[in-house]
Ligand binder design. Sequence first.
Ligand code: ZN
Length: 300
Amino acid sequence: MKAVSISFGNQQKQTENKPESSTLRKVLGISLGTVAGAILPYNTFKTAISTCDVTTKGIILQFHHFTMPDIDSFSHNKEAAENALERTGLKGKGVKLFIANKNNVAEIKNIIAGDFPHCYPFRNRIIESFAQQCSNGINACYTEKEKNIIINSKELFSAVFHEIGHAMNANNSIFMKLIQKAKRITPFGVPIVGLGFLAMGLLHKTKPEEKDKSKFEKSKDFIKNNAGKLTFLTFLPMLIEEGAASIKGLKLAKKCFKPEQVTRLSKNYLFAYSTYFTVAVLSSLLISLGIKIKDKIAPN
Ligand SMILES: [Zn+2]
């Protein structure tokens, strides 16, 4: 197998003896760099706060049927999930299933709202969007505050074991609970801190190498030169926690389903995981690219 190497780094520029770039070049460089680095986070965020129309919902559902087909009937999944909640001790800790459908959006909103403090930016739109997704079966989730596992009765119900995995992370392990909290630095796959690295990389001018550079100056150089790699690091809590939820969920499913069903489920979960991984890699690469574009257009 061929090894593929991905470089997130930005080569340090030697700016010595080079003329200052014109203001126009700087503005153009920063603008194009911003577009390249922020376009994916912008779209990810836009998706998180918007509710989709009937046609888009239909397309997403068809896509899910193709990529992540359910492995058994809803009733068997539900029964197995309730068994798993007993076995793992989650039921005793107050974790319960909530079955979403088209008629209980208001209830779903109330449950989800508990996880978002009132000062949370775009709170109402995020809650509305998430509740609609669960009600239409294009998403499932575990809510921390209310300890509800929200799954749909018609679509995507095999995701229940992954969501139980999230509940296990939150309730059965202090370390995983901390990782779960840490994943808030990339909410909905948006690299909040990474965008800060992008802004610094676009605005910071690397001075020629001098012995008396301050630690602060050196830190800014480091962030600028490694913005992509650092952004990817900020995604690690999300990638670790999502992966752990799937592994735990699959272990539970093994006890209730045939091996071929578990194989199908693991493929489903692997596909879902690949979407998280792709967002992490692409966002990191694009942030690195944005800084490279700016440096190419206006090096100084
Ligand atoms: Zn998940």
